[in-house]
Design a protein around this ligand. Structure first.
Ligand SMILES: Nc1ncnc2c1ncn2[C@@H]1O[C@H](COP(=O)(O)OP(=O)(O)OP(=O)(O)O)[C@@H](O)[C@H]1O
Ligand SMILES: [Mg+2]
Length: 262
């Protein structure tokens, strides 16, 4: 693995045009520093600007103002050292899993040995399925293949935009464990966008809460739990409540004396 993966986001704004001559501010002065090798999650209301921030980090869009540095170098376009995985696995349908994995390195003219391909198939639990085509895969397998295709480039930063959002609850929990295992094995910096508060608490060292659009950093919450984590740890409940309050998703406390009648 390459070293690094330090991210420094300074005063980043992004303003879009809506097509009617109006401006839509999506990000308003984001400041965030992410240490190499950390796992952070971004949580915020729908439409607040989370995907926009990931796209800027991936180099698919440019900030309107401010700067994004990865290992002290400005992000100036997409690069395979910053891998992006979406909710939809977007595999190449005409290639097998193995073909999907080797596509990137081969397109760059890098030779890739069968041992390395095997290493990443194993890392993502896909060795037995390498000859299969995307349409033959379950949702969880397809998402693991999408991860493997990005990981084989040995990214220093892994950008995940609701990668487990389309999976059923059970597969999703299994995939959260897979993500944890992969993060530990590769030690890459992970930025996960999710709507699932439990997923954010289960996986991340820090949860970054964003305000409604235009997004700013509202609060950074440390998750002081060791790894591997247990979903029934009593602090989970407290952290979940703290985050729900931040997102204004809890009901106000009833005023005065309240008598519960069963
Ligand atoms: N290319 C674009 N052109 C114009 N507006 C855009 C563009 N991309 C994003 N936006 C706008 O920026 C805002 C933030 O969008 P973004 O996709 O980043 O939100 P999000 O937080 O990822 O939402 P969700 O949780 O629903 O995925 C939205 O109002 C969206 O319409
Ligand atoms: Mg989004």
């Amino acid at each position: 693995m390459r070293g690094g993966g330090n991210i420094l986001i300074q005063n980043v704004t992004k303003v879009f045009a809506n097509g009617n001559g109006q401006e839509i501010p999506a990000l308003a002065g984001i400041n965030l520093e992410v240490r190499a090798g950390s796992f952070i999650s971004l949580l915020g209301p729908s439409g607040c600007g989370k995907s926009t921030l990931l796209r800027l980090l991936a180099g698919l869009e440019e900030p309107t103002s401010g700067s994004i540095l990865v290992d002290e170098e400005p992000v100036e376009g997409p690069h395979y050292s910053r891998g992006l995985v979406f909710q939809d696995p977007t595999l190449f349908p005409w290639l097998t899993i193995e073909g999907n994995l080797t596509f990137g390195p081969e397109a760059r003219g890098e030779g890739i040995s069968p041992e390395v391909v095997e290493e990443f198939l194993e890392l993502t639990g896909l060795s037995e399925f390498k000859g299969m085509f995307p349409y033959q895969l379950s949702g969880g397998m397809a998402q693991r293949a999408a991860l493997a295709r990005v990981l084989i480039n040995r990214p220093v930063v892994l950008l995940l935009d609701e990668p487990l959002g389309a999976l059923d609850a059970f597969t999703r929990m299994q995939m959260q464990d897979e993500l944890y295992r992969i993060w530990r094995a590769r030690r890459t910096t992970v930025i996960l966008v999710t709507h699932d508060i439990d997923e954010a608490i289960y996986l991340s060292e820090q949860v970054v809460i964003l305000t409604p659009r235009p997004a700013r950093v509202q609060k950074i919450i440390d998750i002081p739990l060791g790894y591997p984590r247990s979903r029934d740890h009593p602090d989970f409940f407290l952290l979940r409540n703290q985050i729900l309050k931040m997102l204004h998703l809890t009901q106000p406390e009833p005023e005065g004396e309240f008598i519960y009648t069963i």
